[in-house]
Design a protein around this ligand. Structure first.
Ligand code: CA
Length: 224
């Protein structure tokens, strides 16, 4: 999943970047509002972590513009303690959550998980697809009591498809959200097919995977 960190305090943005990269997020960083707006316009981020006190822009303006352009990213506002009005304004403008500085990175991550659960209607950190259960916190997959061992990318792929179940995801969307970059040409898009093929092979050793559908000419869908 892709995260944009918008924070001009270099040490803090760097810390977040290192931590979230270790938690398997693809991180991108912007130190000012201008770069942040450009990145938001050009990419599809799953999360935008937004400092309100940027050197060139009011973070709230940035949020407003992103929401207006219909971006689906979840926004978490990073605020200095006590800026109550800003928090309220941010939430009113459609931010998903806020966190007061200084915060622990573990808390930030657990809030991100909570947003994912809310956004995708999950009651716990587990997504069940027929005989398979996918633990999105511990990044494990089980089928009928057995562990299914996947590579990092295979897990990311399954996780993303499962979160967006019953929706067709294009190869481009999957590439963007899992690899973090848009790979333009057709040769590169086969990359996804190869990973899906490997994923299918590993899953089907444990149970039926009729639910993992190829949508010809478009992409893939998890039917649940
Ligand atoms: Ca700042």
């Amino acid at each position: 999943m892709n995260v944009l960190i918008v924070e001009d305090e270099r040490s803090l943005s760097h810390e977040m970047e290192i931590y979230l990269t270790r938690q398997n997020f693809n991180c991108d960083v912007a130190f000012n509002g201008k770069i942040a707006s450009e990145k938001i316009a050009d990419n599809s981020y799953d999360f935008v972590l937004l400092d309100l006190g940027l050197p060139d822009t009011d973070g709230l303006e940035l949020l407003k513009a992103a929401k207006k352009s219909g971006k689906e990213s979840a926004f978490i506002i990073l605020t200095a303690r006590g800026e109550v009005e800003d928090k309220i304004a941010g939430l009113d403008m459609g931010a998903d959550d806020y966190i007061a500085k200084p915060f622990s990175l573990a808390e930030l991550q657990s809030r991100m998980q909570a947003i994912l659960r809310r956004k995708h209607g999950l009651k716990s950190n587990t997504v069940s697809i027929h005989d398979f259960s996918i633990d999105i916190q511990n990044r494990t997959v089980q089928c009928k009591g057995n562990n299914v061992v996947l590579t990092k990318k295979e897990f990311d792929l399954l996780h993303y498809l499962a979160l967006h179940k019953n929706r067709v995801l294009t190869r481009m969307q999957l590439t963007e959200h899992i690899w973090g970059d848009v790979l333009e040409d057709d040769y590169e898009s086969n990359y996804i097919d190869v990973h899906v093929k490997n994923l299918r092979k590993k899953l089907s050793a444990h149970g039926s995977i009729d639910w993992l559908e190829t949508v010809r000419g478009v992409g893939y869908r998890v039917n649940a």
